[in-house]
Design a protein around this ligand. Structure first.
Ligand SMILES: Cc1ncc(COP(=O)(O)OP(=O)(O)O)c(N)n1
Ligand SMILES: Cc1nc(C(=O)O)sc1CCOP(=O)(O)O
Ligand SMILES: [Mg+2]
Length: 208
C-alpha cells in the first residue's frame, strides 16, 4: 500500500454544503497528505455517488492525494479510486478486500480492540476509530470513546489508526498521543469559515 495521508476529508453532501469547494481549498494546502473519502447520503443514487467520486478523483490526481469511496465499492472501482472504506453495515472486510484487490487501500471502522484485530486479519489497510468525541454530523453512534478508546485500539493493531468523530485541531494532540496516525473530519473542514486555513491547522497538529 502506498503511504497513507494523515488528514482524511470526508465529503459533506448535506443540503447547503459544497464538498468540491471545500476540497478545492484543502488540496493545495494538504496535497498528498490529504485522503478524500467520498461519502454520500444513504438515499443518494449510485449515479450521484459516481459523479461526485469521478470529480474528486480528477481534482486529487494532480496533487497526489488519494480518493477513497465509502460503502459503495463498485463506485470505487468504476472511478479508479485508490480504495474504499467499510463498516459494520457494509460488505464484510474479507469480501471488500476481494472486491477491491490486494493493492487497494481498504479502511474499516473499528470501535474496540477485538474488532480491530479481526478487521486487520481480514485485510484492513487502516482503521477508522471512533467516535472519539461527540458529533452532530452523524446520528445513531455509540458514546464517544475518547483518547483512551483510541489508545486501546492502537495498541492492538499494527496498521494506521485514523481518529474520527468530533475531531478538531485542538483535539488532535491528545489523539496523536493516544496512538492515532491521522484523523478524519467532516465538520472541521466543511463548516470552517476558511477551509484552507482549517486544513493548515489540522495538518500542523497532525505533524506533531
Ligand atoms: C475514517 C472513517 N472511519 C469511520 C467511518 C464510518 O464508517 P461506517 O461505520 O461504515 O459508517 P458510514 O460512514 O458508512 O455511515 C468512516 N466513514 N470513515
Ligand atoms: C461519518 C462518521 N463516522 C463516525 C464513526 O464514529 O463511525 S463519526 C462520523 C462523522 C464525523 O464527522 P465530524 O468530523 O463532523 O464529527
Ligand atoms: Mg459504511
Amino acid at each position: 500500500m502506498p503511504s497513507l495521508g494523515r488528514l482524511h476529508l470526508i465529503t459533506d453532501t448535506r443540503p447547503g454544503c459544497d464538498p468540491l469547494a471545500v476540497l478545492r481549498a484543502a488540496l493545495p494546502v494538504a496535497r498528498a497528505e490529504l485522503v478524500v473519502q467520498v461519502r454520500v447520503a444513504d438515499d443518494a443514487t449510485d449515479r450521484e455517488a459516481y459523479e461526485l467520486a469521478r470529480r474528486v478523483v480528477a481534482l486529487c490526481r494532480p496533487y497526489g492525494a488519494a480518493c477513497l469511496v465509502n460503502d459503495r465499492l463498485h463506485v470505487a472501482l468504476a472511478v479508479d479510486a485508490a480504495g474504499g472504506h467499510v463498516g459494520a453495515d457494509d460488505l464484510p472486510v474479507a469480501a471488500a478486500r476481494h472486491v477491491l484487490g490486494t493493492a487497494a487501500v481498504l479502511g474499516v471502522t473499528a470501535r474496540e480492540p477485538r474488532g480491530a484485530a479481526e478487521a486487520v486479519a481480514a485485510g484492513a489497510s487502516y482503521l477508522g476509530v471512533g467516535p472519539c468525541h461527540a458529533t452532530a454530523t452523524k446520528a445513531g453512534l455509540p458514546d464517544p470513546i475518547g483518547p483512551p478508546g483510541v489508545r486501546a485500539v492502537a495498541e492492538a493493531v499494527d496498521v494506521p489508526v485514523i481518529a474520527i468523530g468530533g475531531v478538531t485541531a485542538a483535539r488532535v494532540p491528545a489523539l496523536r498521543a493516544a496512538g492515532a496516525y491521522g484523523a478524519a473530519v467532516v465538520g472541521a473542514l466543511s463548516q470552517a469559515v476558511d477551509p484552507a486555513r482549517a486544513t493548515a491547522e489540522l495538518l500542523g497538529a497532525l505533524a506533531c
